[in-house]
Design a protein around this ligand. Structure first.
Ligand code: HEM
Length: 567
């Protein structure tokens, strides 16, 4: 077994224990495995797997998106076609010399990986009724299952409570509860509503720039703080002040926890959820189980604290407007004379429990902080690697601001290069390379390929945004690729996929894009970003290496932020 597959299972080689202990699950796995062959259509092509564990050993624990993209170039849809009539059709049309859709089997769990925008749009966007479920993220849910009572439990992780990630909108299964919890985001985070948060974004971008000026070596920490401050002000109207602020400490901790948990949705706990019921003494040998135990208290606190604070300010009559504040107010007060549509939404909110409020509020932070921070650091890395782009963008910014002020959102139209830099940042490395997995509620057939019911469906944004047939030199940071050919650009499409698809598409995308925009504009106006030097005076260039977690970040790299002027 290769080491990465081992790591995928549980990070230190105790996978055998887990597999052996799961006799019942093996039967279940075989049942699931056979689902793929029940149709006259074949499942999409993919690597040949082993009995029972399927392709578990072949899917790497680190950056599975890269392997999925590679497989999509290696397997053709024709190879898997067993039905003669279908085979003839494929030979005649020769339509699919390589397959943008890949099938892998993880311990009986069918996994469909969509590596092209077309397949993702056809399935996730156009067939949302089938493709909007989520797999159970046992590892993430498990965070909220335990802590205070953990020591008293006979089994390791039992009795799922209603705290934290349990009501997390990004993780919840499709159905009435999902629709109830997701609904308030529609109005609160729409393109139009997101314009209302720009004052806060501008203020926090300026604070971030001042902090970097004072202590440039801590630039990563300040970028992370910016993302935290924006979410805390929008979600809870809480002003997070400095590094001694307990919210920062909690936020940092959660970032670390979520960023280091391994392949999203396919850790041992996710693919073999029965592990959550094993005896304690076995569990301590399984790192993902131990991980849950060690980190649950921080996750719970991060959901509980802001909720308590907003509730307190509501009761004291001092509450400032925020997402959670709006929900609490709607639940606790009896209004008359609202518009009909508003009234319907408010009626839904009246039935929210405390746990649901904590979950919907906390979802903004857990989904929005790390992703925004990741995009910011990818931008910085790109600037170190492409000084020519940096200089050109600075010239444009200086022309718009006459070099005497920092940019504001009202400069957006006159700074198209900043917008292109944001797009190219999200294309170069989407913060969620594999998105967040969806799941099928029913079986389906797509382009003569069978998609089993209950399949985990991964939209591989990384593959979509690095397809060399669409993006020339995909590893090169080139914002001009989106300019029309008539303006000496590459005429390439604006990237799609980094915010996901269908009914689960990121509701925070407008807020997020504007956050990254103001960070890019402010930093380029105020600083030159250059490579750090080694002891011989040579440039230390970042290596374009990225972490694996729910969100993916550049591996930390040093660089210099030098103020350009006295702005
Ligand atoms: C650059 C920053 C961001 C990126 C790249 C990003 C990307 C994504 C992606 C890929 C998904 C999964 C979509 C799918 O399942 O198809 C998602 C879901 C989500 N995002 Fe974002 N996101 C970002 C920022 C934000 C922000 C700032 C917020 C909120 C303030 C947010 C809130 C959410 C929520 C609540 C979900 C779950 C939606 C659902 O499952 O229905 N995101 N995001």
């Amino acid at each position: 077994m290769n080491s990465s597959a081992e790591a995928l299972l549980n990070r230190n080689g105790s996978w055998v224990l887990a597999v052996v202990a799961g006799g019942v699950v093996i039967l279940l796995a075989v049942g699931l495995y056979s689902q793929g062959s029940r149709s006259k259509y074949p499942v999409p092509p993919g690597p040949k797997g082993s009995p029972i564990i399927g392709n578990l050993r072949q899917v790497p624990a680190e950056r599975s998106d890269l392997q999925f993209a590679k497989w999509s170039k290696e397997f053709s849809e024709f190879v898997q076609v067993l039905d003669l009539a279908l085979a003839a059709k494929h030979v005649i049309s020769n339509a699919y010399p390589e397959s943008d859709i890949i099938y892998v089997n993880l311990l009986g769990q069918p996994v469909i990986v969509l590596n092209s925008v077309k397949s993702a749009v056809d399935l996730l966007d156009k067939k949302g009724a089938i493709y909007s479920d989520r797999p159970r993220f046992v590892l993430l849910e498990a965070y909220c299952n335990t802590c205070p009572s953990f020591k008293n439990q006979k089994s390791l992780l039992i009795s799922i409570s209603s705290l934290g990630f349990k009501n997390n909108v990004a993780l919840i299964r499709d159905g009435a509860q999902f629709r109830k919890l997701r609904k308030p985001y529609g109005s609160f985070l729409s393109a139009r509503s997101s314009l209302g948060y720009r004052d806060a974004q501008l203020k926090h971008a300026r604070e971030m720039a001042d902090e970097i000026e004072k202590c440039p070596e801590k630039w990563q920490s300040y970028l992370s703080r910016f993302a935290t401050r924006v979410i805390f002000s929008v979600a809870f109207a809480i002003d997070v002040v400095d590094e001694d602020d307990p919210y920062f400490k909690l936020a940092d901790k959660m970032g670390w926890i979520v960023g280091n948990m391994g392949n999203n949705g396919i850790t041992i706990l996710d693919i073999a959820p029965w592990v959550e019921h094993i005896p304690r003494w076995v569990g301590k040998f399984i790192p993902s189980v131990k991980y849950v135990h060690d980190h649950t208290p921080a996750i719970e606190e991060l959901h509980q604290r802001p909720f308590d604070a907003v509730m307190r300010s509501f009761k004291a009559g001092t509450m400032e407007p925020s997402f959670l504040g709006r929900l609490i107010e709607a639940r606790e007060t009896h209004d008359a004379g609202e518009e009909e549509e508003e009234e319907e939404e408010e009626d839904d909110i009246k039935s929210f429990t405390d746990g649901e409020l904590r979950g919907t509020g906390g979802s903004l932070y857990s989904a929005g902080q790390e992703t925004t921070y990741s995009a910011e650091t990818i931008f910085v890395m790109a600037m170190v690697l492409t000084p020519d782009v940096q200089i050109r963008a600075q010239k444009e910014i200086d022309a718009a601001t006459r070099g005497i002020r920092l940019p504001t959102f009202s400069d957006w139209k006159t700074l198209p290069i900043v917008e292109r830099i944001v797009y190219e940042t999200l294309r170069l490395h989407p913060p969620l390379p594999n998105g967040v997995p969806h799941k099928t509620l029913k079986e389906d057939v797509y382009r003569d390929m069978y998609i089993p019911k209950g399949s985990m469906v991964i939209a591989n944004a990384w593959a979509m945004l690095h397809d060399p047939d669409i993006y020339k030199d995909p590893f090169k940071f080139n914002p001009d690729r989106f300019l029309p050919v008539s303006e000496s650009g590459g005429g390439e499409p604006i990237p799609v996929g980094h915010f996901g698809f269908g009914r689960r598409v990121c509701p925070g995308q407008y807020l997020a894009f504007a956050s990254v925009w103001i960070v890019v504009a402010t930093i380029l106006a105020k600083f030159n970003i250059t490579p750090a030097k080694d002891k011989d005076g040579e440039d230390i260039m970042p290596k374009m290496e990225f972490s694996t977690g729910i969100t993916s970040h550049p591996v930390p790299f040093p660089c210099n932020f030098t103020p350009r002027n006295c702005l």
